[in-house]
Design a binder for this molecule. Sequence first.
Ligand code: ADP
Ligand code: MG
Length: 267
Amino acid sequence: MEDAVRMQGVTYVYVTDREATLAVENIDLSVRPGEFVSLVGPSGCGKTTLLSLIAGLMRPTRGEVQVGGKTITDPSPRVGYMLQQDYLFPWKTILDNALTGLRLMGRLNPETRQYTKHLLHEMGLGHSEDWYPQQLSGGMRQRAALVRTLAAKPELLLLDEPFSALDYQTKLQLEDLVSETLKTHCKTAILVTHDISEAIAMSDRIIVLDRNPGRIRKEIAVPDPIRQAIPFQAREAPGFHELFNQIWNELLEISGEEAQHEQPAET
Ligand code: ADP
Ligand code: MG
């Protein structure tokens, strides 16, 4: 079967009039259909850059990005992108917000509208279709943003720290809901998160990135007992704490290596 995502030798350099920043270098990454992969690494290691490249918002300086076997050069409805901020329009109802993507793509019709309403229902927002974003809690708003992303039936979901602005309890509930929804709809997903527990609880595979430039440092397959549990229960599964420590130490090593490379301050 075709890889859902395939990055080959991907390098990206941000160029401004003052400087050039090598954000990510020589990234090779394949994601299988239906797989859930998390990207973790220090801030500035290029996680958002990688998602933007897969979303086709930017083109690689070198290398190639394919989604479902086709080279990505522009944003595509096959890829859904969800961010930490929900970007709901305050003057539109939840249903209208959820339909925004479809309307922009010229794909709003009775069938896609019905599907969106079905998703709202599935996400526990069926009764709040006619509400406005300011009437919703943070968790409900993120669920509405997820429905908007799923409404266009993307094959691939890119999630850039979608739970990080939520309180802990809401975040855990949403992890379970998102995990279940993506499984039901057989979606492939790439999640960026700062939260090691979240990465382990939600993923099939975890990619640890190095910084300056962003490179793949380690790939870790999550063992079956953890993968098969829902995220909330995965935290109690055998092997969870060992895996947490392994990734924690990996991230500590990255900051340790960086500290060694820093120049001593002049006295
Ligand atoms: P992360 O999401 O892992 O925190 P980013 O992908 O946002 O990292 O950034 C990777 C690197 O690219 C950082 O060094 C950052 O400063 C740089 N960078 C990101 N966006 C821009 C931009 N628009 N212009 C210049 N440099 C950028
Ligand atoms: Mg980022």
